[in-house]
Design a protein around this ligand. Structure first.
Ligand SMILES: NC(=O)c1ccc[n+]([C@@H]2O[C@H](COP(=O)([O-])OP(=O)(O)OC[C@H]3O[C@@H](n4cnc5c(N)ncnc54)[C@H](O)[C@@H]3O)[C@@H](O)[C@H]2O)c1
Length: 380
């Protein structure tokens, strides 16, 4: 045992997705597993946190408390500073995904985690699933022959209200800082992180090159309909195709293709489908560990957690390519359809984008390489 029996935990960012962390932390406090010592947010919390000391920023919180673990759930371009501050104060960190908004911040945070000897766990919750290791074991066991490539696909819907909720939403940069809130790097970031995990290519040095092909259907600066080809150091590549302008949300997936079949992980469901010609598909479901519980256990038992910062290096390379590569291109209005939703919200749908995503990952082509009408028009 190298950590306290009832660790002191603090939370930074209590609204938005932070609300989920509030619920999890209150449940663990109720169960006697942690002490929730304080929260930090410039916007006051609501009634659920009555009795928990509140600060408007993390520095003030750390002047008054010495938490064992700090959970950071704030806008993504604030993560590097806040996680760094918590590490320097001697805390282990669970930082929401993406860990940082740009590669220099990632490298600095990685160095700091090394210097302080503290864990910085990144909140890619799909990496808490035993399904990832299952896929790797099946592939290593030769179930689909020799691997020929990896793919990730995701078709989700994000409406106007999603982008209107915060000033950083849908931005590539804000006030001179990189934000990188596009489909590949934020809403569907798990697709990228999970396919790199399945490929065993999570570290900075595992990704050799990244080609991006970015579009937006919504009136945003960042991408919402994108493909990327990721060249791995082992010579294989990953094709990622995603959209936030689908007709309706579908289940995102990552696939390993081999000479003798394929294995697909539906990473929000922890479900794996193995397909080998001549045999019925083999479907398995797997346990998932919450990444805060995993971090607390890792600290207590002195082991490596499931999603440490070093394993977000491959993702950081993809993120860097997205922000430093060509700007996303606007898909002209004649190709998408506007749906007015109750309450004044608006959904922009790109008809046929689901088929385009499917084509991209099966033919291993970017949207531009597929010669799609809307992609060609966006290039004009
Ligand atoms: N793991 C997932 O599935 C998942 C899902 C959604 C969002 N997220 C991530 O959660 C994070 C937060 O997203 P969001 O949509 O809730 O953002 P948000 O803009 O709604 O902000 C969250 C909270 O952070 C607070 N905040 C802002 N700056 C702060 C600071 N310097 N110190 C303390 N508090 C501060 C805000 O007041 C707000 O309460 C992002 O990194 C996002 O990518 C993860």
């Amino acid at each position: 045992m190298s950590g306290p029996a009832r660790p002191a935990v603090a939370l930074v960012g209590v609204h938005g997705y932070g609300r989920r962390h509030v619920d999890r932390l209150l449940a663990r406090r109720e169960g006697g597993e942690i002490d929730l010592v304080a929260v930090a947010d410039p916007v006051p919390p609501d009634g659920a946190l009555e009795g928990v000391q509140r600060f408007s920023d993390l520095t003030d919180l750390l002047a008054a408390h010495e938490p064992d673990v700090v959970v950071v759930s704030t806008p993504l371009h604030t993560h590097a500073d806040l996680a760094g501050t918590a590490l320097r104060a001697g805390a282990h960190v669970l930082v929401e995904k993406p860990a940082t908004a740009d590669l220099p911040s990632f490298e600095a945070l990685l160095a700091l985690a090394g210097e302080t000897g503290r864990w910085c766990q990144v909140g890619f919750q799909s990496l808490g699933s035993a399904a990832v290791q299952h896929v790797r074991d099946r592939v290593a066991g030769g179930r689909i022959g020799t691997v020929t490539g990896y793919a990730a696909a995701g078709c989700w819907v994000r409406t106007h209200s999603y982008y209107a909720r915060a000033p950083w939403a849908g931005r590539r940069r804000l006030d001179g800082r990189v934000v990188a809130d596009g489909a590949l790097t934020n809403p569907l970031a798990h697709a990228v992180a999970t396919v790199l995990a399945v490929a065993g290519s999570q570290r900075l040095e595992d990704v050799r090159a990244v080609e991006t092909d970015l579009f937006h259907v919504n009136d945003i600066e960042a991408d919402d309909t994108s493909t990327a080809r990721i060249a791995l150091a082992d010579g294989l590549d990953v094709l990622v195709a995603v959209t936030l302008a689908a007709a309706e949300p579908g289940e995102p997936s990552v696939t390993v293709t081999g000479t003798g079949g394929s294995i697909t992980l539906f990473y929000t469901l922890d479900t794996v489908v193995e397909e080998v010609p001549g045999r019925p598909p083999r479907v398995t479901r797997h346990e998932r560990v919450d990444l805060l519980d995993d971090l607390l256990d890792a600290v207590r038992t002195d082991r490596r957690p499931r999603s440490p910062l070093q394993d977000a290096g491959g993702f950081a390379r993809v993120q860097d390519a997205v922000v430093s590569g060509p700007e996303p291109r606007a898909v002209p209005g004649e190709f998408w359809v506007r749906h007015d939703l109750p309450g004044g919200d608006v959904h922009r749908q790109l008809p046929g984008v689901e088929e385009a995503v499917h084509e991209a990952v099966t033919r291993r082509r970017t949207f531009t390489e597929l010669g799609l009408d809307w992609a060609r028009a966006a290039h004009r």
